[in-house]
Design a protein around this ligand. Structure first.
Ligand SMILES: *[C@@H]1O[C@H](CO)[C@@H](O)[C@H](O)[C@H]1NC(C)=O
Ligand SMILES: *[C@@H]1O[C@H](CO)[C@@H](O)[C@H](O)[C@H]1NC(C)=O
Ligand SMILES: *[C@@H]1O[C@H](CO)[C@@H](O)[C@H](O)[C@H]1NC(C)=O
Ligand SMILES: *[C@@H]1O[C@H](CO)[C@@H](O)[C@H](O)[C@H]1NC(C)=O
Ligand SMILES: *[C@@H]1O[C@H](CO)[C@@H](O)[C@H](O)[C@H]1NC(C)=O
Ligand SMILES: *[C@@H]1O[C@H](CO)[C@@H](O)[C@H](O)[C@H]1NC(C)=O
Ligand SMILES: *[C@H]1O[C@H](CO)[C@@H](O)[C@H](O)[C@H]1NC(C)=O
Length: 429
């Protein structure tokens, strides 16, 4: 989607597209067929052992209380209780992740997390870790907007250890809402899905600590979802005074893949995520219409229109054709008001739109719904497939792609056929 932004910029004035109705009818008819002949999905829910799926860290630091000096071998339980443990894994492809337990202190408006231990002198020289808690670590642009935390071990009574002003009994999860957030695709792919993966296991008994955005509109935007994942008000570290203390803390979010979940790495799947979303936004429809069982009912299609870039020049005509084919048609621009957008999308059986962040709303579609992605000129096949085509499978949606031809695009009128715009669009974007 970073490419997406770039493309949007470079094409903004010229990139208005005209859909040839003739060819499009094909997609709309196939979508109708899907509404008639789909099979019910009865895939098994992946069940996995949570503990083993979380893995063990790369860096293990274990400090037991002074018992070693007294030559008393701690029992297993004593060891667990006294241990200050930091387990980090920096080798996941999308995100770094640290799991800390012990006496943990974090000060408002700072980027150092202290983990107390009474035995730091026997620890390895390396007693600090750096971590940027955002699940897109391969993208240096995104990570440039993410706080670089230092996790530091220190003696419990050392002067640098800040004094607690609030003790929390639940686990904390520290993550960034910087990066590319604000673009809804990234909101879901980089934060909301990873947050679900990391926090669902706590059943609400978890404290979210966020950094990197000055204002709280982002949290408000996804309030229904966040409030269902955590029973506690989010702490915005950049704005909070005081020192928050925890016994357990996770820094960073688990990220498996683009806009998705790998069920072999987690007890949860995209099916579970979508069910959770449906409950959070009180969405009624679990599955799309089956025309066999609902004779006389019309399938609903949502045509997502865009105003500035990658615009349908003839959405009126497209809507007319769809109506003639027997659809009930809704034409709408994607709105950032999640409660409203989720209801509209969930009420539709087919969603059609040009490649762009608005298609992220597919997460709200009922099972077996049909997504039609219109792919503009500009060498966007790969990103179109990566962002929405592939992810649609795990969401149990039917997926159709409609590629714009040169004749259908307004670019066809502005540039000669052998122009670089058509021959080598990647170079331009
Ligand atoms: C974190 O570590 C603790 C023990 O130190 C373990 O019980 C817990 O399962 C781990 N959590 C995650 C998410 O890895
Ligand atoms: C860290 O994550 C990688 C990638 O998922 C995994 O293969 C590895 O087992 C993990 N490391 C440890 C020590 O658990
Ligand atoms: C210390 O930990 C960091 C990870 O934060 C790692 O990159 C570095 O290689 C480690 N240094 C030593 C001396 O082990
Ligand atoms: C985080 O900050 C430390 C110390 O300034 C630096 O060495 C490290 O490279 C930074 N990490 C990243 C990922 O930028
Ligand atoms: C937090 O807990 C520590 C250790 O149990 C205690 O010394 C401290 O007074 C507590 N602070 C607050 C503000 O409750
Ligand atoms: C947070 O710290 C920065 C610099 O360290 C400072 O400029 C800013 O005023 C602080 N904000 C608050 C709310 O304390
Ligand atoms: C989330 O919120 C909705 C609506 O407020 C509620 O019906 C649902 O039970 C909540 N819990 C979960 C786990 O989704």
């Amino acid at each position: 989607m970073a490419y997406d932004t770039m493309l949007a910029r470079s094409f903004s004035r010229h990139d208005q597209r005209k859909l040839g109705c003739g060819a499009l009818v094909g997609s709309l008819i196939i979508a109708l067929c899907f509404c008639t002949v789909f099979k019910h999905y009865v895939g098994p829910l992946p069940v996995m052992n949570l503990r083993s799926s979380m893995g063990v860290g790369l860096k293990l630091l274990m400090a037991t209380e002074d018992k070693i000096n007294s030559y008393k071998l701690p029992t297993k339980i004593e060891e667990e209780e006294a241990a200050a443990k930091i387990i980090c894994n920096f080798s996941e492809p999308r995100s770094d992740f640290c799991n800390i337990s012990g006496d943990i202190r974090i000060r408002g408006n700072s980027s150092t997390i202290f983990a107390a231990s009474s035995l730091t002198h026997v620890l390895a020289a390396n007693n600090s870790w750096f971590i940027r808690p955002y699940a897109r670590k391969m993208d240096t642009t995104a990570m440039g907007h993410v706080k670089n935390f230092t996790i530091k071990t220190s003696k419990a009574h050392s002067p640098e250890m800040p004094l607690c002003t609030k003790n929390h009994s639940v686990t904390a999860i520290v993550f960034s809402i910087g990066g590319f957030t604000g673009n809804q695709f990234h909101d879901f792919s980089d934060v909301l899905i990873p947050l679900y993966l990391t926090s669902r296991q706590f059943n609400g008994e978890v404290q979210f600590i966020v950094v990197d955005r000055d204002d709280s509109w982002w949290i408000k935007k996804f309030r229904a979802f966040m409030e269902n994942l955590s029973n506690y008000a989010v702490i915005h570290l950049d704005e909070k005074e005081g020192v928050h203390c925890f016994k357990r803390m996770i820094v960073g979010l688990r990220g498996h893949k683009e806009f998705g979940i790998d069920p072999s790495k987690s007890p949860y799947s995209m099916k579970d995520f979508r069910e959770f979303l449906r409950r959070s936004y009180s969405l009624k429809r679990e599955r799309a219409i089956n025309l066999r069982q609902n004779e006389g009912k019309k399938p609903r299609i949502l045509i997502i229109s865009r105003m500035k870039t990658r615009v349908f020049l003839n959405d009126g005509e497209i809507a007319d054709v769809a109506r003639k084919l027997g659809y009930e048609v809704v034409v709408m621009e994607a709105t950032p008001v999640m409660s409203q957008m989720s209801q509209v999308v969930n009420s539709c059986d087919v969603v059609m739109g040009v490649h762009g962040a608005g298609l992220t709303n597919m997460v709200f579609m009922p099972e077996n719904g049909v997504l039609i992605q219109v792919v503009p000129l500009g060498g966007m096949e790969w990103i179109a497939n990566t962002d929405f085509g592939e992810p649609s499978k795990d969401m149990n949606l039917r997926y159709l792609e409609y590629k714009i031809s040169e004749a259908e695009s307004s670019l066809g009128q502005q540039y000669p056929p052998d122009h670089e715009v058509f021959r080598n669009p990647i170079a331009i974007s």
